[in-house]
Ligand binder design. Structure first.
Ligand code: HEC
Length: 206
């Protein structure tokens, strides 16, 4: 289990430490109003770095909780953990980091994670890149003059399949019955390793 968790973290690191590109060019002349409306290159780099750090530490905290819950009582226990504790954990991490941390997807399990309009556009853009076999880079965008939002892809790893995989193949029917009881409206299944599961959406005050 320790080994799995180690590989898990290495994988997260490899995603999140990828060099950032695809940033919007800085405004040609940086007047005060132009700076308010757009992120300059320096700010973009800063939010990309902070976003990666927050996503990585949140992922590490959630993974270690999830893994120990799975060790205690398998998928049932871990799914119960997600239901009861994932939000308080993310809320306290959000507070500590001065950021609002969310995970969202085009196919959601928890109704609280339903994407907003901007998130949906980002999910669709990332999905198109993924379908075209291209590497997806994290990105930062403004949501109003005083809020910057960091987006990064969340990819499916073998461990995820126990709860997000194909019913009767990579996911046991008995485990899924339990998940379905907790989340009757669940859409987040039938994934394969390497699929795009969703995105991080992390908001910072500017
Ligand atoms: C033990 C079962 C379990 C495992 C393993 C698991 N998940 Fe989940 N996942 C859940 C549950 C339950 C939720 C809904 C609760 C929540 O919002 O965290 C969820 C929610 C999510 C969400 C938020 C969007 C939504 O659908 O509500 C993402 C993204 C996600 N999982 C990705 C992953 C990834 C990536 C992995 C593997 C690294 C993984 N999950 C492993 C059970 C699991």
């Amino acid at each position: 289990m320790l080994r799995t968790s180690y590989i898990f973290l290495l994988y997260a690191l490899s995603i999140l430490t990828l060099p950032a590109c695809g940033e919007k060019p800085a405004p040609a002349s940086g007047g005060a109003s132009a700076q308010q409306q757009e992120l300059n290159a320096e700010e973009t780099a800063q939010y990309l770095a902070r976003g990666k750090e927050v996503a990585m530490s949140t992922f590490a905290a959630m993974s270690s909780e999830l893994l120990s819950a799975m060790q205690r009582g398998g998928v049932a226990e871990a799914a119960r953990y997600c239901k009861l504790s994932a939000y308080p954990l993310v809320d306290s991490l959000s507070e500590a980091q001065g950021a609002a941390i969310r995970r969202t997807s085009l196919k959601i399990r928890n109704a609280k994670n339903r994407p907003g309009e901007a998130e949906k556009q980002m999910l669709q853009a990332f999905q198109s890149l993924h379908d075209a076999g291209q590497l997806i880079q994290p990105s930062v965008q403004l949501a109003g003059p005083d809020t910057a939002v960091f987006y990064a892809p969340i990819q499916v790893q073998p461990l995820c399949l126990q709860c997000h995989g194909k019913l009767g193949e990579t996911m046991k029917a008995s485990d899924y019955a339990f998940i379905k009881e907790l989340y009757p409206g669940d859409e987040a299944t039938a994934y394969a390793e390497g699929d795009l599961r969703g995105i991080w959406s992390i908001r910072f005050k500017r």
